[in-house]
Write a protein that binds this ligand. Structure first.
Ligand SMILES: Nc1ncnc2c1ncn2[C@@H]1O[C@H](COP(=O)(O)OP(=O)(O)OP(=O)(O)O)[C@@H](O)[C@H]1O
Length: 278
C-alpha cells in the first residue's frame, strides 16, 4: 500500500475581502508519497488555493479564513510549534512564473543551503550545487558559466534553476503551480522530463490546466469543481473510467461552470483545456 505524504481534512478556505468567496468547501484528499498528483479543474475552481494552503502560502495575503486541517504525516500543518519557514522548507513551492534571484547561477542554488547553514565546507557546497543542477538536467548547460547571472538563462532554464533551488533545501514535498505554462513547448517538455525523473524520489503535487500534461505525468488526479473535490483517482481510471458525472463531462470537454441544478446563476463556459488541445 502507498504511504500518504499529505492529507487535507475538511479543508475550507474563504476569501473575506470586498466579496466573500468560499474557494474550498470542505476538501478531504490524501496525497500519496513519492507520486505525482495533478490537481485539475475549470478556472476558478480552487486549484491554486488548495496548493497554497498545503504549506500555508495563502497566509501571505490578507483576508483569508481557513478551517479544517492539513496533515504532514501525522502532524497538523496549522497546529504546530514548527516555524512556518521550516514548514515551507519541508513543503517547497515552485511558482508559475520562473524568476531567478538577482544572483549568479551558482548562488541561486546555494541560496537556501547558505540560509539554513546546511554545509560544512566550500567543497561540500560546490558538490551540492552540482548535485542539484544535475538533478534538474541543467548542469551540462551551465557548468562553464556558474558565475553568470541566473537571469541571463532562458525562461525554461530559469524554471529548472528554480526547481534546483527548491530541491537544494531537501524538501519532502514539492508543490508545482502550473510550472510549464509560461514556457515554450520545447522548454516545457524539458521541465516535464525533469519532473518525471524526480517523481519517484519526491512527492510532487502539481496544478495544471492541461489534461494532456496530467495524463503524461500524473500518477493520481484530484478533480476540483467550484471549490468541491469531486473525484480523486489513479490517472488511468480517472480519464478512462470516471466515477462521477461531472468528471466525465470535464474529461470530455463539456463542462459548463455554474450549471448545478441548485445554482440559479447564468452558466458561463469554462476554458476547459481539453477542447483547446484537440
Ligand atoms: N485573494 C483573493 N481574494 C478574493 N478571491 C480570491 C482570491 N484568490 C482567489 N480568489 C477566488 O477564489 C476562487 C478560487 O481561486 P483559485 O485561484 O484558487 O482558482 P484556480 O482553480 O487556481 O483558478 P485558475 O485556474 O483560473 O488559476 C475564485 O473564485 C477566485 O476568484
Amino acid at each position: 500500500m502507498t504511504d500518504t505524504a499529505l492529507t487535507t481534512e475538511n479543508l475550507t478556505v474563504t476569501y473575506t475581502g470586498n466579496r466573500e468567496v468560499e474557494a474550498l468547501k470542505g476538501v478531504s484528499v490524501e496525497f500519496p508519497a513519492n507520486q505525482l498528483t495533478a490537481i485539475i479543474g475549470p478556472s476558478g475552481c480552487g486549484k491554486s488555493t488548495l496548493l497554497k494552503s498545503l504549506n500555508r502560502l495563502h497566509e501571505i495575503q490578507p483576508n483569508v479564513e481557513i478551517s479544517g486541517d492539513v496533515l504532514l504525516g501525522e502532524q497538523s500543518v496549522y497546529d504546530t510549534d514548527e516555524p512556518v519557514p521550516e514548514l515551507r522548507r519541508r513543503i517547497g513551492y515552485v511558482p508559475q512564473t520562473p524568476t531567478a534571484l538577482p544572483l549568479s547561477i551558482y548562488e541561486n542554488v546555494a541560496y537556501g543551503l547558505k540560509i539554513h547553514g546546511d554545509y560544512e565546507s566550500k567543497a561540500e557546497l560546490d558538490d551540492r550545487v552540482e548535485h542539484y543542477l544535475r538533478k534538474v538536467n541543467l548542469w551540462s548547460e551551465v557548468k562553464d558559466r556558474l558565475d553568470a547571472p541566473g537571469a541571463e538563462l532562458s525562461t525554461g532554464q530559469i524554471q529548472r534553476l528554480c526547481l534546483a533551488r527548491s530541491l537544494a533545501v531537501e524538501p519532502e514535498i514539492l508543490l508545482c503551480d502550473e510550472v510549464t505554462s509560461a514556457l515554450d513547448p520545447v522548454s516545457a517538455e524539458t521541465v516535464e522530463e525533469t519532473l518525471e525523473s524526480l517523481k519517484d524520489e519526491y512527492t510532487i503535487i502539481m496544478v495544471t490546466h492541461s489534461m494532456d500534461q496530467a495524463k503524461r505525468l500524473a500518477d493520481e488526479v484530484v478533480f476540483l469543481y467550484l471549490g468541491d473535490c469531486i473525484e480523486t483517482n489513479d490517472t488511468r481510471s480517472f480519464f478512462e473510467n470516471p466515477q462521477h458525472e461531472r468528471t466525465a463531462e470535464f474529461v470530455s470537454g463539456h463542462t459548463v461552470v455554474g450549471d448545478d441544478d441548485d445554482d440559479e446563476s447564468e452558466p458561463t463556459s469554462t476554458p476547459n483545456t481539453v477542447a483547446a488541445e484537440r
